[in-house]
Design a protein. Structure first.
Length: 270
């Protein structure tokens, strides 16, 4: 065969890995309490089905930032946010955002367990009823599903009519997680969820976080750097309202790029 008649060799197309877009994408976020600027132009992202830990000393803006992701910060008089917080591509700081729908999509677990003075069942079912789900059979199924996902079902299935206030602290926190999961959010926010718990209960919550990230994107605020190392995929250090460093947790803890991060992790600062 002559060169002129030879067919050109065409290489097979190479497989291209899909680009992993962030599910929570925060861009140039500043948060104010009146004239005081509490968070300064923070930009960070959280990948879908990953856990991001926010660490840093008290008063550095961690909780303020996380409470902006579902607009609970709006309940604070004089608070306002500038920038963008996108969840699944939608800027939830834009005018006209449906806050009830947003807080269904973005669940929140607080520092101390805050069960309602209702039965265990009614605590989990509360959000379902707020969102208009009234079919008893469906509500029952969802409550069981949520309690199982919160690793609590086996401990409470025979006493669902009892007051949630009779549960231990660790059980109450898992109940609050079940209550958040019942409305089937996309994102789960946790603000120091283990700070009021003993080591055994803390271990159960940490194991639960590892299970939950299979289905949810999670942001957790913690003062406990060992906890951040155990449960998170990525870690962000905040300092005086500013984002100092963010990256894979192992890299942030073993090879920090910023001296502030190194000093904080080593215990020389903060």
């Amino acid at each position: 065969m002559s060169i002129a008649n030879a067919k050109p060799v065409v290489e097979a197309p190479r497989a291209v890995a899909p680009v992993e877009l962030p599910y929570v994408d925060i861009e140039a976020l500043s948060i104010f309490y009146g004239e005081k600027k509490a968070v300064h132009e923070v930009s960070l992202s959280v990948r879908k089905n990953h856990v991001l830990a926010l660490i840093g000393p008290s008063g550095c803006g961690k909780s303020t930032l996380i409470k902006t992701v579902n607009r609970i910060i709006d309940l604070v008089p004089g608070a306002r946010a500038e920038g963008a917080v996108r969840i699944g591509g939608e800027n939830i700081l834009a005018p006209g955002v449906d806050l009830i729908n947003l807080r269904q999509r973005v669940g929140m677990v607080f520092q101390r367990p805050n069960p309602f003075p209702k039965s265990i069942f009614d605590n989990v079912a509360y959000g379902l009823k707020v969102h208009g789900l009234t079919d008893r059979g469906t509500v029952k199924d969802v409550v069981e599903w949520a309690l199982k996902h919160a690793a609590l079902w086996d401990e409470v299935k025979d006493r669902l009519k009892q007051s949630a206030l009779t549960l231990s602290g660790g059980q109450q926190q898992r109940l609050c997680i079940a209550r958040a999961l019942a409305v089937q959010p996309d994102v789960l926010l946790m603000d120091e969820p283990c700070s009021a718990l003993d080591p055994i209960a803390t271990g159960k919550i940490e194991e639960l976080i590892q299970e939950l990230k299979r289905e949810y994107t999670i942001m957790i605020v913690t003062h406990n750097m060992q906890q951040a190392g155990r449960v998170s995929d990525d870690t962000a250090l905040m300092w005086l309202g500013k984002l100092i460093e963010i990256g894979p947790t192992r890299e942030v803890f073993t090879n920090p790029k910023d001296p502030v991060t190194e000093n904080y992790i080593s215990g020389r600062a903060g």
